[in-house]
Design a protein around this ligand. Structure first.
Ligand code: KG4
Ligand code: ZN
Length: 340
């Protein structure tokens, strides 16, 4: 089955054509064509994503990107679109575009949860990596999934590909949001995660002992807003401090909490695999530390290829296939607060 997927939930306009097969037992994906048009440069002067600007750019980009897919018109079996969570003006542009396309091509339209896209994004890399490395990483259950993006920080206990329990999430800022806010207060451009990581390479992660919020709490919830405030006060009181040390120490604090809680959950639930996904999973430092600490528990650590970490339509195509197999139907309206 070939699925054309559309993603416009935030500041990336993306279309993908993917081939999906294997069913729920062994879903396999081949990305036939994938285009991501990032609006980062447009939002950067504002220090974050401006919803109406995002909407304007999506409206401009969607037909241009679609043009590059039109030669595949006759190969498309289904059309999929992100319905939430995300910025509603941005979501609507994708939904409206998808509706018109579905009508024109006379194909069914599938609404997709963006977070499920992140969750299944490692299945895409599983197959592409397998092709090059000639070995397939297995995804065995139970699994623990750490979903970390700009808007979410969630720990899931997955019994199967489609059944999970939300163990906990952030009470305030998401991990990516904390990176973005701390970057802004250090005078670094948006999005902050990659900027902090770059600067952190020149700093000492042990230089400043920032708090590790909720790390010792016996639950799986997170909180990052206090950590952000600690950085703010430290920078205010130590204006001559080395910025790279602040970036490295802050990043280390976030990673210690994320990895610490994920490993604890993996041990408690005796999991066979660990999944790391979402925009923050692009962090090499986070990947490395989780890989190191997960080694004693499982060698099945699934992390998507870099291309599928931040927002993209290929992961929406993968989630659409699973949504379809589950016979799950999402309303074809923008649902900004949709959850996992
Ligand atoms: O998944 P995503 O593209 O968008 C949402 O659905 O939110 O995630 C974007 C987030 C941003 O907050 C960005 O700063 C963060 O992912 N991010 C990173 C890194 N690369 C992106 N955070 C930490 N380290 C990185 N290398
Ligand atoms: Zn996302």
């Amino acid at each position: 089955m070939n699925i054309l997927a559309i993603e416009t939930s935030c500041d990336e306009t993306s279309l993908a054509l993917i081939e999906a097969k294997g069913g729920l037992r062994q879903p396999r994906f081949k990305v036939i064509k994938h285009i991501i048009s990032s609006q980062i440069k447009i939002h950067r002067p504002f220090g974050g994503v401006v919803p109406n600007l995002a909407k304007r750019e999506h409206l401009k980009n969607l037909p241009l990107i679609w043009k590059q897919f039109s030669r595949y018109k006759n190969k498309i079996d289904k059309i999929a679109v992100t319905v939430g969570p995300g910025l509603e003006p941005a979501l609507w542009t994708g939904i409206e575009f998808a509706k018109i396309l579905a009508k024109e091509l006379k194909k069914p339209l599938i609404g997709v949860n963006h977070m499920e896209g992140h969750l299944y994004s490692s299945l895409l890399s599983q197959t592409s990596k397998a092709r090059s490395a000639r070995k397939t990483k297995k995804l065995s259950f139970p699994a623990i999934a750490l979903v970390v993006s700009g808007g979410h920080t969630i720990l899931l206990h997955m019994k199967s590909l489609t059944k999970w329990k939300n163990l906990g999430e952030t009470r305030d800022d998401a991990a990516g949001e904390a990176f973005d806010k701390v970057a802004r207060l250090l005078g670094l451009p948006y999005p902050g995660g990659p900027e902090i990581e770059k600067l952190a390479r020149k700093g000492n992660p042990k230089a400043i002992n920032f708090p590790r919020p909720m790390l010792r709490d016996k639950n799986y919830e997170f909180s990052f807003s206090g950590l952000k405030t600690s950085v703010l006060y430290f920078w205010r009181d130590n204006p001559k401090a080395n910025k790279a040390d602040i970036a490295a120490s802050f990043q280390q604090a976030v990673i210690d909490v994320l990895v610490g809680k994920t490993i604890r959950a993996a041990k408690e639930f005796k999991t066979k695999s660990i999944i790391l996904c979402g925009g923050v999973a692009a962090s090499k430092a986070l990947r490395q530390q989780l890989k190191g600490e997960a080694e004693n528990i499982t060698n099945e650590l699934l992390v998507p290829d870099f291309e599928y970490n931040t927002d993209n339509a290929a992961m929406i195509g993968a989630a659409a296939y699973i949504t379809l197999l589950r016979k799950k139907q999402l309303r074809l309206t923008a649902q900004g607060g949709l959850d996992l």
